[in-house]
Design a binder for this molecule. Structure first.
Ligand SMILES: Nc1nc2c(ncn2[C@@H]2O[C@H](COP(=O)(O)OP(=O)(O)OP(=O)(O)O)[C@@H](O)[C@H]2O)c(=O)[nH]1
Ligand SMILES: [Zn+2]
Length: 205
């Protein structure tokens, strides 16, 4: 008997038997399909009416796409003797989900670091930002996790991450007030040295 891939994943406690990245997350797709149907019933809809027939499938697909997001290769490093530069990559927009309400948040991510012999490939900053955005999040933790990963890969402790977020849970429900949440993680010389911090903040304006 050919086992469906999702059943096989479930049997392996969320991981493929030959999964090379044990930290990769998987959804229970069959369960999502059931829940999508249940959700429609719970909000007073008829899941068998024509317009909704494929909705549980689309909804399950969206969760799978979000949770099983693959950032690709994130660790391309170039060795360099130069340690006198500040590198900033700014305005990278990522999509995430607020863990309190399961509603979208959009964050504009800016990252700065001072290399210590290793520079990271430019595109990898966006890959890393998306990687940590593709899970249930709060904005503050998203910034910390991005900073941790940049430090881990490049081996420098001088890392700064600023996020500007718009949260649908604040703009589209509840208090219904548009507003921007800014959070910043400043480490190493970015925290200790006022001029360095200000230079970074000017560069990402
Ligand atoms: N610090 C922080 N708070 C967040 C984030 N996303 C959502 N929240 C807040 O989480 C809080 C949850 O508060 P609760 O009082 O438990 O939930 P609620 O009754 O839905 O609150 P309201 O949103 O005020 O209607 C709210 O103040 C949200 O604005 C985030 O990324 N960071
Ligand atoms: Zn929220």
């Amino acid at each position: 008997m050919v086992m469906h891939m999702d059943q096989e994943r479930a049997r392996n406690n969320g991981h493929d038997a030959h999964d090379e990245q044990p930290q990769a997350r998987h959804v229970d797709y069959a369960r999502l399909l059931e829940l999508g149907r249940e959700l429609l019933i719970a909000v007073g809809e008829n899941p068998d009416r024509e317009g909704l027939l494929d909705t549980p499938r689309r909804w399950a697909d969206w969760w799978r796409e979000f949770i099983e997001y693959d950032p690709g290769k994130t660790e391309t490093i170039f060795n360099t003797a130069s340690t006198d530069q500040m590198v900033c990559v700014s305005g990278m927009r990522v999509f995430s989900l607020c863990e309190h309400h399961l509603l979208p948040m959009w964050c504009d991510v800016s990252i700065g670091y001072i290399p210590d012999g290793k520079v990271l490939g430019l595109s990898k900053f966006a890959r890393i930002a998306h990687q940590f955005a593709h899970q249930l999040q709060i904005q503050e933790r998203l910034g910390q996790e991005i900073a941790d990963e940049i430090s881990r890969i490049t081996g420098t402790s001088h890392v700064a991450v600023v996020l500007k977020g718009e949260h649908l849970c604040m703009t589209g429900r509840g208090i219904r007030t548009p507003g921007v949440m800014t959070s910043s993680v400043m480490r190493g010389v970015f925290r200790e040295h006022y001029e360095t911090r200000m230079e970074f903040l000017r560069l990402i304006e």
